[in-house]
Design a protein around this ligand. Structure first.
Ligand SMILES: [Zn+2]
Length: 239
């Protein structure tokens, strides 16, 4: 192939830079790399099979997706390039970050929400998380559930999700009982906010917090036990 044709072909494949909407000059710099995700958000699909989930996650009308879908058998399917913004978290917030889709990778687990997650599926998830952490160095506290970042709207992954197991591998925070006694002035709502929860609806935030860290407590009130747990996590997050 003549060199000129080859050069033109290669030039045609180079991505066009995203430029400002107003006239600017271009002076390229070599000092950059790709933007990288800083959160992982875990979901359950609410479906009974991977095929059902795929029909939703790849349907242009539904406008939902995730970077990965993991089957009950542990098979991992990638649906969206990690550099792209998948549509999995929707309206969501964590700390000051109000656009979680732009900052995260989304992982869907094939699970209907009323059943335990299989060992094969959790092993595959852990393998994927190790790979993701190796490449992006996402901090432990930033492995979250959909309900954590959208407490008013979402309850996934369900109470069956093994957050404690994930935390043992460094994905997510955790505290085991006995929990410390918080000081009298301890402000639980402020602590939830400090962890990252959107406390605009405090009851929803408490419910999401318990779903993640204390699923055996079914009430949405803060008990002595859940206050102690919150205080422990708050201290860990503060580092
Ligand atoms: Zn979800």
């Amino acid at each position: 192939m003549p060199l000129l044709v080859l050069t033109l072909l290669l030039a045609a494949c180079a991505p066009v830079p995203q430029r400002a909407g107003i006239p600017t000059s271009w002076q390229g710099s070599p000092n950059f790399d790709e933007r990288k995700p800083n959160f992982v958000v875990i979901h359950h699909t609410s479906d009974d099979t991977v095929d059902q989930a795929l029909r939703t996650l790849a349907n242009p009308v539904r406008k939902v997706s995730a970077h990965y879908l993991i089957g009950r058998d542990g098979a991992i399917i990638q649906l969206v390039d990690e550099r792209a913004r998948a549509w999995h978290a929707g309206e969501s917030k964590w700390g000051a970050d109000a656009d979680i889709n732009s900052a995260s990778l989304g992982i869907e687990l094939d699970n209907n929400g009323r059943e335990p997650f299989s060992d094969a599926q959790i092993s595959a998830l852990l393998r994927l998380l190790y790979d993701i952490r190796e490449r992006y160095h996402i901090p432990a506290a930033n492995y979250l559930g959909h309900a954590d970042v959208a407490p008013r709207r979402k309850t996934d992954p369900s109470r069956y999700f093994p957050w404690k197991t994930l935390a043992e591998h460094g994905f997510g925070l955790w505290c085991d009982p006995p929990f410390p006694q918080p000081p009298a002035a301890f402000d639980a709502t402020a602590a939830l906010r400090a962890l990252g929860y959107d406390t605009g609806d405090a009851t929803a935030a408490i419910r999401a917090f318990k779903l993640h860290f204390l699923p055996e407590e079914s009430s949405s009130a803060l008990t002595e036990q859940s206050r102690g747990l919150l205080y422990c996590l708050y201290q860990k997050a503060a580092g």
